[in-house]
Design a protein around this ligand. Structure first.
Ligand code: WTA
Length: 651
């Protein structure tokens, strides 16, 4: 990485201050986080201990003895007249603005409605909703009464939703009649109905609570969808509740939410986040990474179905008393200027999106963003995958007019908030690098074979290896719901003494991190984290498929695209109809966002003699890197490689 690419901070003094504070936070984490927790969060009862437990048993706990409520911190303590949410729906003229006072009263009413229907502290409430303000408010209402929310992205299919409801043993599902995206209407309530027919017999759904997008108390005598006994209309129920609901005094380590994410197996992991540590971490990272100032309009255009939406649409901005901008639509609806138009109209100060969206919009040329007044912007954020220097420069120069900071924030569902990122005006920027660790985050690069910290740089002066963390931080997930062993196996056992991120990194001589990509079987497609095993099991769910192997292939806009290889069951023949059916199977088992770009029907798969599929070879074949296939002699049938190369070339 040449020095010419470095954008120095505005002030060297601030950079030195960062380095000093960073060192202190690592040398004395208890003092650092103890102070941070007192500064950023209001506690009903002060905590007795900053940190206890560790990685070995995965029994980390932060701020023990402390009592708090995150909805209280996000709502009650702010000026009720300030704007909390600006929402823009699918259509650009569909706008709602809600003050902190209005949000607090509605959250209280929703909390009371949930209590009324029997939801108790610790119950898991599944939320399957479009990006409307009621989604954020339902999450906050759960937190207010001590219920644990499990938001399932509304792009997931009935099958995937049902699986997540069963796994969480959720008794309540909150949904909406419809969602809207890109001018299309999606019948979410119908999908929930469908999901509930697929639950295993141990699941008992007591209520499905339905928000109605176009509810009108005067005109809607009967709901516009099929009502079942278990269904409850949310709008009229909420309307009659008391607009105050006392916040439950939660223990710092009481569960706040679970969020399912993809890993190496087909079975999604329900990561558990707890209250105190997450509140401190969400509050502080939002403020520091985005240089939040009073009066800012902070726009994170992620969906609340993912961790980015949890931390940087709902909790982070509201804990800071900022105005959070919530967006339902897509970057290209009704046209490719949508983001820029919103920035201009709402005077957005921070804009946070994924590289895949930047690359997509870059394709439409510089003229489109140039038409808009983007002078309100101060910080541009990137998240979800490495941002290539070309997209970085476009974001910086064309969107930010070379005046804004681009923060490349590296983190994961598991980490709760940013763990590596530059800080506006404080740390230097290097395009393509997420730069330096956040305070209190002790990053290390491990040798993949020995598991030891690398001490010798490679010939380019870089340290390349496994991205790992050496000590706990408040925002980290605490367990996998109902399977603590899995939590230990995935994150702490691969490299004892460290938290294993699953990513490969290259750290340069200045200590700057360049994330290379996942080491495990997780793909990153248009900012969505998708397990190869999930797509494989969706394909095998079709009777025609005997065995499937899925790999990711680099894609100019999406980051990666999904390439699937399927071996057919005897009696089935390859045909365009079958390929269509297989796509249908992926759509119905997981969701349309996992549609493979390529499906290759093959007589067999490259397997070792012990039956292990060699995905490495498939990856090389789809990338056209057939000169560097490596050793294929361990394959049970090496001739399959030729067949596959021919097939892929023809497609
Ligand atoms: C990748 C999203 C490079 C990484 C917040 C990680 C990134 C996975 C970046 C987590 C970044 C996220 N640069 N790679 N700035 N941010 N990733 O759980 O591979 O959906 O492990 O969380 O996204 O994805 P997840």
């Amino acid at each position: 990485m040449s020095l010419a690419k470095v954008f120095p901070p505005k002030s060297e003094i601030l950079f030195e201050q960062y380095q000093k504070l960073y060192r202190q936070s690592i040398e004395n984490p208890k003092e650092f986080w103890g102070n941070a927790a007192k500064e950023h969060v209001d506690w009903f009862r002060p905590f007795d201990k900053v940190l206890d437990g560790g990685f070995e048993h995965g029994d980390v706990r932060w701020f023990e003895g402390g009592k708090l409520n995150i909805s209280y911190n996000a709502l009650d303590r702010h000026n009720p007249n300030d704007l909390a949410l600006i929402w823009e729906g699918d259509e650009p003229d569909d706008i709602r603005k809600l003050t902190y006072g209005e949000v607090l009263r509605k959250v209280c009413k929703i909390g009371n409605a949930l209590l009324r229907k029997g939801v108790q502290k610790g119950d898991i409430v599944t939320i399957y909703m479009p990006m409307i303000p009621e989604l954020a408010m339902t999450m906050l209402a759960c937190a207010r009464i001590g219920a644990v929310h499990s938001v399932v992205f509304a792009g997931f299919s009935a099958e995937a939703l049902g699986q997540r409801i069963s796994a969480a043993k959720s008794k309540i599902v909150v949904t909406a009649d419809v969602g809207r995206r890109g001018g299309k209407t999606i019948g979410l309530k119908d999908i929930v109905n469908d999901a509930l027919t697929k639950l295993d017999c141990n699941s008992v759904i007591e209520h499905v609570m339905v928000w109605e997008r176009f509810y009108n108390a005067e005109s809607s005598a009967s709901p516009p969808y099929e009502m079942k006994d278990r269904d409850i209309r949310m709008d009229p129920l909420v309307a009659v509740q008391r607009p105050y609901c006392p916040p439950v005094h939660m223990d710092s380590e009481d569960n706040l939410f679970i969020l399912y994410t993809s890993g190496s197996t087909g079975n999604p992991k329900g990561l558990v986040h707890t209250t105190g540590g997450y509140a401190v971490y969400a509050k502080m990272t939002t403020q520091v990474t985005f240089d939040l100032q009073p009066g800012d309009v902070f726009a994170c255009v992620a969906d609340c179905g993912w961790i980015t939406g949890h931390t940087y649409v709902v909790y982070g901005p509201l804990l800071n008393g900022s105005t959070s901008f919530m967006f339902e639509s897509t970057p290209v609806y009704p046209n490719e200027g949508r983001y820029w138009d919103m920035i201009q109209r709402h005077k957005i100060t921070q804009f946070y999106t994924a590289p895949t969206a930047i690359r997509l919009l870059m394709r439409y040329g510089d003229e489109i963003p140039k038409k808009y007044d983007l002078s309100s912007l101060r910080v541009l954020g990137s998240v979800g995958e490495p941002i290539n220097p070309e997209a970085w420069r476009w974001y910086y120069e064309v969107v930010g007019r070379s005046k804004c900071t681009v923060v490349d924030t590296y983190w994961q569902t598991e980490t709760g908030g940013h763990i590596i990122t530059n800080l506006p005006g404080i740390t230097p920027m290097k395009p393509g690098s997420c730069t330096l660790p956040f305070y209190g985050i002790d990053t290390v690069v491990l040798c993949p074979t020995t598991g030891k910290e690398l001490t010798e740089p490679d010939e380019n002066g870089n340290f390349q290896g496994v991205m790992a963390l050496k000590s706990p931080w408040p925002g980290m997930a605490r367990t996998c719901l109902g399977d603590h062993e899995r939590f230990l196996t995935v994150y702490f056992k691969p490299y004892p003494g460290y938290y294993f991120t699953g990513d490969t990194v290259s750290r340069d001589k200045d200590g700057f991190h360049f994330i290379i990509g996942r080491m495990d079987d997780v793909m990153n497609v248009s900012g969505h984290r998708i397990g190869t095993a999930e797509v494989e099991s969706a394909l095998v769910a079709h009777p025609a498929v005997a065995q499937a192997a899925v790999v990711g292939k680099p894609h100019e806009i999406k980051g990666q695209s999904i390439c699937a290889f399927a071996m057919l069951t005897a009696g089935y023949e390859e045909s365009p109809e079958l390929i269509k059916e297989l796509r249908g199977s992926v759509r119905s088992e997981i969701g349309g966002f996992c549609n493979p770009d390529l499906i290759v029907i093959t007589p067999s798969l490259p397997m070792t003699r012990s039956g292990k599929i060699m995905r490495r070879i498939l990856r090389k074949i789809v990338c056209g890197e057939i000169d560097s296939l490596g050793d294929t002699s361990t394959l049970a049938d090496p001739s399959i490689v030729e067949t596959l190369i021919e097939k892929v070339e023809k497609l």
